[in-house]
Write a protein that binds this ligand. Structure first.
Ligand SMILES: [Cu+2]
Length: 381
């Protein structure tokens, strides 16, 4: 199989792996330096620290260094969580719209661009650490650049669905939810990426609302989409559709119900990371909104009970799945329902085409799996 015949899910996993290999060692190094500071008398992070027993030996270090090292992992980590969800979303949206994915190469290019840029934006978490305003401007610029590949992906998701013969499976609903969260959470990122605007929003609930929608909701909705879509492949049985739909609608409404109001709390100046704010009367009028958030959060958690019941019940009692229940093209759906050693009985299939030949003109069926050879006069995508 050539790289341009790989499903976008696999591309996403591949790029995620590269990000992981490059970013986690930095966190490990940061932790080693921390251990040295705590246990072996070095001063990477400590400087001029005076305790009741006098000044510590430690000099010359900087606690800000820890922040730099942490966020050098921390920002790529966002995409380590996000990209697999976006990869599966591409796959499922194409399959369930019965249309080729729009802009296959642009999708790969966008993921590579997001992956590269994710390493040069970490300073946007640190605008208020006393960083040089020029440097803040540089991090603002690189961060805003990420909006371009992100927008390309969002447009490609939408144009793939556009005029498609859409199958509204629970997986497809969760994908649409993931794209919705990716867009609505991404838009507020443009505000936070700007070092000047960030001054008023930093460390408020606005930040909490933003990143839980763009990273948390997108990744979790995408993960659920993947579970509903690949369940028949995993367990040879189908999950219950109606329960899946109910799970989706309660989850998406509660997700937005929890995180959307947080933007207003943040605009009002409510700081994050406090257990309670009862000592600050100026935040008293935010109490109602906080109670509303708690109600949405509780109902949202209850909705997950539907999912867990559906999941475990279907493993044992779900109706038996056919080999390829969604009429999908990618190779995993050509394996037998019963799991066998080596995945396929006999020869490993040859791949002749990309996995997005849906509704191809001149074809009998609206899908052509990857192991079907090209016709004499057929062109590859
Ligand atoms: Cu970041």
């Amino acid at each position: 199989m050539t790289m341009t015949r790989l499903p976008l899910t696999i591309w996403a996993f591949f790029i995620t792996a590269i990000l992981g290999v490059l970013s986690f060692p930095v966190l490990l190094s940061a932790a080693v330096l921390l251990l040295m500071d705590r246990g072996f008398g070095t001063s990477f992070y400590m400087s001029d620290i005076v305790t009741s027993s006098g000044a510590l030996d430690a000099t010359g270090g900087s606690p800000i260094l820890y922040e730099h090292l942490f966020w050098f992992l921390g920002h790529p980590e966002v995409y380590i969580i996000l990209l697999p969800a976006l990869g599966m979303t591409s796959e499922i949206i194409s399959t369930c719209s019965r249309k080729p994915i729009f802009g296959y190469r642009a999708m790969i290019g966008s993921m590579l661009a997001i992956g590269f840029l994710s390493f040069i934006v970490w300073g946007h978490h640190m605008f208020l650490t006393g960083m040089n305003p020029f440097l803040g401007g540089v991090f603002t610029f690189t961060t805003l650049l990420i909006a371009i590949p992100s927008a390309v992906k969002a447009f490609n998701f939408i144009t793939t669905i556009w005029r498609g013969n859409v199958m509204m499976t629970p997986a497809m609903l969760f994908c649409i939810g993931a794209v919705s969260a990716f867009i609505s959470g991404g838009v507020t990122g443009i505000i936070l990426a700007d070092s000047a605007l960030d001054i008023s929003q930093h460390d408020t609930y606005f930040v909490v609302g933003h990143f839980h929608i763009v990273m948390g909701m997108t990744a979790i909705l995408g993960m659920f989409a993947g579970i509903y879509h690949y369940f028949p492949k995993l367990y040879g049985r189908m999950m219950n559709m109606r329960m899946g739909m109910a799970h989706f609608w309660v989850t998406i409404v509660c997700g937005y119900g929890v995180f959307l109001p947080m933007h207003f709390l943040g605009e009002g100046g409510l700081p994050r990371r406090y257990y309670e704010n009862t000592n600050f009367p100026m935040f008293d009028h935010f109490l109602d909104l906080n109670i509303l958030i708690s109600i949405f959060a509780s109902v949202g958690v209850l909705a997950q009970v539907i999912f867990f019941f559906n999941f475990f019940y279907s493993i044992f009692r779900g109706p038996k799945a056919s080999q390829n229940p969604w009429n999908a093209n990618s190779l995993e759906w050509t394996t037998p329902v019963e799991h066998v050693h080596g995945n396929w009985i006999g020869e490993i299939p040859t791949v002749y085409r990309w996995p997005y030949d849906y509704s191809k003109p001149g074809k009998e069926k609206d899908f052509v799996p990857q192991n079907i050879p090209l016709d004499d006069n057929e062109e590859e995508h």
